[in-house]
Design a protein around this ligand. Structure first.
Ligand SMILES: [Zn+2]
Length: 103
């Protein structure tokens, strides 16, 4: 049986931890305030076969008007191009900064 002798050194390891977290609207670029509702919009289509994954966009939006802005884009760019497989998924979520700190 082999006997391994452990050789111990003391090393300082640097680890990156999240000390603060900010969330920004992908349309107006404003910061989404802590403890507030916001929207996540996922859009895409299945027109490109397996490359359709490239069409998926997942964006955060601060307000109803920014949601409307992106939905206008969706209807103009995807439905307007005749992409019958276009879809969107709109979710309303609650943002709490502290849930993202220290990870
Ligand atoms: Zn916005």
């Amino acid at each position: 049986m082999k006997m391994y002798k452990e050789i111990i050194e003391t090393k300082t390891v640097t680890k990156n931890i999240v000390v603060d977290h900010k969330l920004y609207c992908d349309v107006c670029k404003k910061e989404i305030p802590d403890n507030s509702w916001y929207y996540t919009l996922i859009t895409g289509h299945h027109e490109w076969g397996s490359d359709s994954i490239e069409s998926v966009k997942n964006i955060d939006l601060c307000s109803e008007s920014c949601v409307q802005n992106r939905l206008d884009f969706y209807f103009k760019e995807l439905i307007g191009k005749g992409y019958n497989t276009a879809y969107f998924d709109l979710t309303r979520e609650y943002y709490r900064r502290k849930d993202h700190i220290g990870k």
